[in-house]
Design a binder for this molecule. Structure first.
Ligand SMILES: [Zn+2]
Length: 250
């Protein structure tokens, strides 16, 4: 399984960057996790968008879903010229309702599945198993675990600290954790985000093998965030970077 960063910023991107988005690939199956501002452009550096099988919208904050409008237009065009014939599977939260209703009304382009339902089901794509879990954020938000055998990638999406998230990340080969905040910003964690140090503690308590930090405020120095996470996590800490690919292995 491999993970490619299509966007690692929030809530806006710096010049040339894009907001939250990741491409998970396993044996020809292409899964896009989130599609913030600019992410669809980056996706096309790696695959032909017609080869995308499923998209997960973790929640309806713009830095996680704004490019769905671009995805819809591209798929609409591909249907018209016959270069794509089956709709894209889109997983999204049912709330806020107007957002869910809008994307689920695009029936030619998308088959929209509520994450509230998908989290109760077995979701399998070949030998890739995909699980969803609620996070601790001001609006309904879902994290994602993608596993092949005992090889497991867990994406926190946006979340504040919670023991449930630790449990969901348990024994991950790689935890892709949001690190929106520095330790100095601890007061802002109540807005539903992690400090880099908390992301480190999360990986440590979950006994994760590797931690990749993401969801960077463009003005922050990611190397400072890395140092802060290294204080609380004994394993390797890496930084998400635009276009960087990580091989996820046991
Ligand atoms: Zn958010």
């Amino acid at each position: 399984m491999q993970l490619t960063v299509l966007g690692c910023y929030g809530p806006y991107a710096p010049a040339g960057g894009a907001c939250s988005s990741y491409l998970v690939q396993n044996e020809g199956f292409n899964l896009m996790l989130d599609c913030g501002h600019g992410a669809f452009s980056y996706l096309q550096k790696f695959i032909n968008f017609r080869e995308l099988h499923a998209l997960v919208i973790s929640h309806f904050h713009p830095d996680h879903y704004a490019d769905i409008y671009a995805v819809r237009q591209a798929f609409s065009g591909a249907f018209q010229d016959g270069s794509r014939t089956n709709p894209l599977i889109v997983y999204a939260p049912m709330e806020p309702k107007p957002f869910f209703e809008e994307i689920s009304s695009w029936r030619q382009e998308f088959i929209t599945i509520p994450l509230e339902d998908a989290m109760l089901r077995r979701n399998k794509f070949g030998n890739l198993k995909v699980d969803f879990f609620p996070t601790n954020h001001p609006m309904p938000c879902f994290g994602v675990s993608a596993s092949v055998g005992t090889c497991k990638l867990t994406y926190t999406a946006d979340t504040a600290w919670s023991l449930d998230i630790v449990e969901q990340c348990a024994d991950s080969s790689l935890v892709l954790a949001e690190a929106s905040l520095r330790e100095a910003d601890m007061a802002y964690t109540k807005k539903g985000h992690l400090t880099a140090g908390q992301a480190g503690s999360l990986a440590q308590r979950a006994k994760a093998k590797k931690l990749v930090l993401t969801h960077f405020w463009p003005e922050y120095n990611p190397f400072q965030l890395k140092r802060e996470a290294e204080v609380t996590f004994d394993g390797p800490v890496e930084l998400a970077e635009m276009g960087k690919t990580f091989i996820v292995e046991e």
